[in-house]
Design a protein around this ligand. Structure first.
Ligand code: ADP
Length: 376
């Protein structure tokens, strides 16, 4: 395989392009914006919106298969094209709408929070406040997810977005949020990465940590959820699976992203094969790589915009780079509040004086150090 088409041209496609280059494969991307970060690394570009099916038809003539960095696509339209999509469109079909995704997971026997369609500005029977209301489609980074504590807020939300179909679900009082990246290759082989802890603030991922204190039973539960899902979907590619670990020892599936995922960014430096390289391998029909951790531990910190600005924040990036074993990935975007402008991965526990017990503690300290420099 020589050329892979990617729908989307943001940071995920950019990181895919570097991984593809190492495997001797070129990327052709479909993106509307010439300033998108992946544009500089792409072999060819179709400038069009990600849901522009006519543009994807052109993309298909320029590559061997098409994959996704972004799921806000017109699935029905893509289904009419004579092109090979990986993951297959049938694997995406149940996932793009948060309600049908929940139904799919439930029907597969996987544990999910209690959920229903929000059909009127009232709590469905069996629910109590607080609840979480989510736009069924096109939500990301907490956009479209609302924590609702009282009837008045529910009524207000319902009337504020009269045309948005919503899902309502129980508020899960989780102990922590976990994520697992899974890959399935063309031969059907499934591999999973080490389970990660993600920390969200205002529904946006801020930090991701490797873990060394998870009970074996929890590791097995998460691994078998991921494997069951990848097999049942007949997925080929890399999926990000977000989970809630509850205080009473249960694991509930929060969300499936049918693509590489923010929670897996630290695999670039911390694992033998990055999630991006794994995606390219899976969709190109190459053998999958090892998912093993190759360091004592790691932390990834998202650099979120905190102002509207055209600054490239060079001085701050240099200051963060002076922390040992730090890797900065800067997406070169204009800053807007809450926008993901880059991320930093720091490897910890490689220094022989650090024991595995304190590598997590050390990761917490480093995450605070990065954020103090960034947000000061
Ligand atoms: P998005 O698709 O925008 O990432 P998510 O459904 O993943 O939205 O929600 C974002 C975050 O909101 C989650 O990581 C979690 O912190 C919080 N959240 C979502 N659903 C629930 C829930 N049912 N109970 C408690 N917190 C939730």
């Amino acid at each position: 395989m020589k050329r892979i088409g990617v729908i989307g041209g943001g940071q995920l496609a950019w990181m895919m392009a570097s991984a593809a280059q190492e495997l001797g494969i070129k990327l052709v991307i479909q993106t509307p914006d010439a300033t998108d970060v992946a544009v500089s690394l792409a072999e060819d570009i179709v400038f069009a919106a990600v849901d522009d099916v006519a543009a994807t038809k052109i993309l298909a003539t320029k590559c061997d298969i098409i994959t996704f960095e972004n799921e806000f696509v017109d699935l029905a339209g893509l289904g009419k094209l004579d092109a090979v999509f990986l993951p297959p469109l049938a694997a995406l079909a149940p996932l793009l709408d948060k309600y049908t995704q929940r139904c799919y997971l439930r029907d597969l026997g996987l544990p999910v929070p209690k959920f229903a369609v929000l059909e009127q500005p009232e709590l469905p029977s069996g629910f109590e406040f607080p609840v979480v209301v989510k736009a069924r489609r096109n939500g990301y980074d907490g956009q479209g997810t609302f924590m609702i504590k009282a009837k008045s807020a529910l009524v207000d939300l319902y009337h504020r977005y009269p045309d948005t179909p919503f899902l309502i679900e129980e508020f899960v009082a989780f102990d922590r949020e976990l994520a697992i990246i899974a890959a399935r290759g063309a031969s059907g082989e499934v591999v999973t990465y080490p389970i990660l802890e993600t920390q969200q603030e205002e529904q946006v991922c801020r930090r991701v940590f490797t873990l060394d204190d998870l009970p074996e039973s929890l590791v097995e539960t998460c691994g078998s959820i991921a494997t069951k899902l990848m097999i049942s979907l007949n997925a080929i590619g890399v999926f990000g699976i977000e989970l809630f670990a509850t205080c009473d020892g249960r694991v509930l599936v929060n969300e499936i992203a049918p693509r590489t995922h923010n929670s897996g960014h630290l695999t670039i430096e911390a694992c033998a094969t990055s999630q991006f390289s794994q995606l390219i391998r899976a969709v190109a029909g190459l053998p999958l790589g090892s998912t093993k951790l190759i360091c004592g531990g790691a932390v990834m910190v998202n650099l979120l915009g905190y102002e509207d600005s055209q600054s490239d924040y060079l001085a701050k990036r240099q200051q963060i780079s002076s922390i040992p074993d730090t890797y900065i990935h800067w997406y070169g975007k204009e800053s807007r509040i809450g926008r993901k402008l880059g991320h930093v991965t720091v490897l910890v526990g490689n220094n022989p004086s650090q024991t595995s017990q304190n590598s997590r503690q050390q990761a917490e300290v480093i995450a605070r150090q990065v954020e103090t420099i960034w947000y000061e």
